[in-house]
Design a protein around this ligand. Structure first.
Ligand code: ADP
Ligand code: MG
Length: 699
């Protein structure tokens, strides 16, 4: 018998519905329909005695109407008392008509489904679904848990349930074309149900299934799909890596003369960790295919030097190097630093950012195209179509968490001289816990700079309630005032955070704070940077702060990454409870860069919740970015840590990285096995969970 595969083969699915299903829910085939999974379940399979109803736990109840009255409070509402032999509960309706009110005549039997909440009259069900039960007739309860599907305009919950019912009947009778993509021996080895069994279960869990088990994602049918989805993501990253590394790249062997010249001019020598990571990079550069390496190094660990040493190798071999940073402030800072290091060695350093316009831009582009700009520093502007490199051999990306996966793919084309793709070095100051890194960066090799340069004094971190704000302001005064005024001549940051409000409000808050502090600290020179200022204005303020023409810099979190002002030794962070630990750690890393003892004040809004206290304590206890990241993961989950959108992991359908994180090592092993032993299943798995590669890559 021919098996069914297209959705139009179901009864009741005409061309119009088929088109809606495809356009709104990407459902074309029965397999697509099966993978449109419930995101939660309702238990309408049993009646809960009213006396046992609990707040927030949706339930079916049944009882006798004991009265219905219209109340005139702030809003008019209909209150219906329903009683069984165990207790009494109230139904409350804000939208109702006379006919409805009359339905609830005293003595009528009513059955409802809804979520009980604490209300003015005790436990109440707001706008429950209900039916009046005719005497003698016993309405049926559902035979299984009720799946709730992601529905949309024009395709109702009810419609989806009916489609699934039909499709599941066919599936149970083996009349559907459905491929189990996991190797059969895995099912035994990992104790997983077949795809068919898993789907039959998930769309229709029997009434004795425990809802709590389903909610925690622990049921074997769920595990099977969760593993499959995580596996598909992992494989897509493997594929990305394979795509990039299928290109040829220049094999770079270096005599290290340029490195020696650079180091000879520096007042310090590389740390052991820096040297080790440079050696790891050099191994990669010698290969005839592109390097894909991520360097993780805590704030201040000296990633710039590592990048510069890698650049030396490529430059010496006659290649151009591009270095990209996520913001103009950072790019400009790199440009200044690297010009200082490389110009004396006779290397031309070029500069390209959005704000480079007109003649200067034409010239910059010409220098890049001619190859006379050897090391080119810039922002995203370096990605644009109009930028052509003569012989790009190495691309360095600073602070990877702001760049997307697809941008890494785009880099391939920028190399294309003699069909050679550039090597890629990605540097991040956001330490990612190992398990998570395995997933998020499965396409990259990683190196870790696990040592700070010597001579850094630890930063003392304290948490102070905003009720003592005036004391904190006085402290800024002492730190920043000139010695003749009894101060310490240091510099300070005052960071304003207001994350859930609009950027405009955030900038407004920073402006207000700057005014307040200017008034309170008449001896100090106060500057302000925020996201709404023009790039040139921001750069100007930063330059003045760096030159110690400003004592106190009031800023929004735009200063989060990379800004380097060694004389700054005090940082105040307002409302730290609103930020992730990783971000706070980044911010704090702006101080403690010079020899002076540094301090960080977390000026929190009291009272603090228990979790917030816990989190701020982590920051007071430790300055180790990896430890902090692990704690952040444990307390807040991976979404926050990874930032958004750079991995595709935010689009997970059944898996949840925090809940299912412990599966990641297993997923990694599975991905390896599948890639080498069952390569034909790789593409179908990616297709099934991620759709076309383009869909993933353009996230
Ligand atoms: P990050 O890893 O945060 O990007 P940077 O590259 O900005 O760190 O380096 C932070 C500071 O440490 C800079 O002032 C840099 O010159 C200095 N630095 C880097 N490497 C060393 C080293 N081996 N010894 C001493 N100072 C160093
Ligand atoms: Mg840096």
């Amino acid at each position: 018998m021919a098996k069914v595969s297209r959705i139009t083969e179901l009864k009741g699915v005409g061309p119009k519905l088929a088109e809606q299903l495809e356009q709104k829910l990407q459902i074309r085939t029965l397999t697509d329909l099966f993978f449109h999974l419930p995101f939660r379940y309702e238990d309408r399979s049993r009646i809960t005695p009213i006396g046992m109803v609990q707040p927030m736990r949706p339930a079916v109840i049944q009882g006798e109407v004991r009265g219905a009255s219209v109340l005139f409070g702030k809003r008019r509402s209909l209150l219906v008392k329903v009683q069984d032999h165990t207790g009494l509960v109230n139904l409350r309706f804000y939208h109702f008509n006379a006919a409805q009110k009359n339905q609830f005549r005293t003595g009528a039997m009513v059955r409802c489904y809804g979520e009980p909440r604490r209300g003015a009259s005790g436990l109440e069900l707001y706008h429950p679904e209900y039916s009046i039960i005719d005497e003698g007739l016993d309405a049926d309860l559902e035979p299984s848990l009720t799946p709730v599907y992601p529905a949309t305009d024009g395709i109702s919950q009810q419609r989806l349930r009916l489609l699934h019912e039909q499709a599941l009947t066919l599936l149970a009778a083996d009349q559907v074309e459905l491929t189990d993509l996991l190797p059969p021996q895995w099912l035994q080895q990992w104790r997983l149900p077949t795809l068919k069994d898993a789907l039959l279960f998930l769309h229709n869990p029997p009434r004795d299934t425990r809802l709590e088990l389903m909610e925690s994602g622990q049921h074997p049918a769920q595990r099977r799909l969760i593993l499959e989805e995580l596996l598909a993501h992992q494989l897509s990253l493997h594929k990305l890596r394979a795509q990039v590394q299928a290109d040829a790249a220049p094999a770079i062997h270096s005599a290290k003369q340029l490195q020696q010249a650079l180091l000879a001019n520096l007042p310090f020598t590389p740390t052991n960790a820096q040297s080790r990571v440079v050696a790891e990079i050099e191994q990669d550069l010698q290969q005839p295919y592109p390097m894909l390496r991520l360097v993780q190094g805590d704030v201040g660990s000296g990633k710039t030097l590592v990048a510069a040493l890698a650049a030396c190798d490529a430059l010496e071999a006659g290649h151009q190097v591009a270095l990209m940073a996520p913001t103009e402030i950072l790019a400009e800072q790199h440009f200044n630093n690297l010009s200082g290091w490389f110009n004396p060695l006779g290397v031309q350093v070029g500069w390209l950012a959005g704000k480079v316009k007109g003649k200067a831009r034409t010239q910059a582009l010409a220098d890049i195209a001619a190859g006379s700009a050897q090391l080119v520093v810039g922002t995203h502007a370096l990605f644009q179509d109009e930028v052509h490199f003569a012989r790009l051999g190495l691309v360095i990306i600073d602070e990877q968490h702001r760049f997307g996966v697809h941008q890494r793919l785009a880099l391939r084309e920028k190399g294309a001289h003699r069909n050679l793709a550039p090597h890629q070095l990605i540097m991040t100051a956001t330490p990612i816990p190992r398990t998570l890194a395995m997933s998020a960066y499965a396409d990259l090799d990683t190196s870790v700079i696990d040592e700070l340069p010597p001579g850094r004094s630890p930063i003392t971190t304290v948490a102070i309630s905003d009720q003592r704000r005036h004391e904190v302001i006085e402290r800024v005064n002492r730190a920043c005032a000139r010695p003749e005024q009894g101060g310490e001549n240091a510099q300070a940051y005052w960071v304003c955070t207001l994350i859930e409000e609009s950027e405009a409000l955030q900038c407004q808050a920073a402006e207000n704070t700057a005014q307040e502090l200017t008034a309170a600290l008449p001896h100090l020179r106060v500057g302000l940077v925020h996201g709404r200022m023009k790039a040139a204005e921001k750069a100007d303020v930063m330059a003045r702060f760096k030159a110690h023409e400003l004592d106190l810099l009031v800023a929004t979190t735009v200063i989060e990454v990379g800004v380097d002002v060694p004389n700054a030794s005090l940082m105040i962070i307002e409302n730290p409870e609103r930020l992730g630990l990783a971000q706070l750690h980044q911010l704090r890393g702006r101080v403690g860069r010079g020899a002076a003892k540094s301090h960080c004040v977390l000026l929190y809004k009291s009272p603090l919740s228990f979790t917030s206290k816990q989190r701020l304590q982590v920051l007071r206890d430790s300055q180790d970015g990896f430890y902090i990241a692990e704690q952040d993961l444990a307390i807040r989950g991976p979404g926050e840590l990874l930032g958004t959108r750079q991995t595709g992991l935010q689009m997970l359908r059944v898996a949840d990285l925090q809940r299912d994180g412990e599966l990641l090592p297993q997923v990694r092993d599975m991905a390896q096995q599948l890639w080498t032993q069952h390569p034909h299943t790789v593409e179908p798995l990616i297709q099934r969970w991620l759709g076309d590669a383009e869909r993933f890559a353009s996230v």
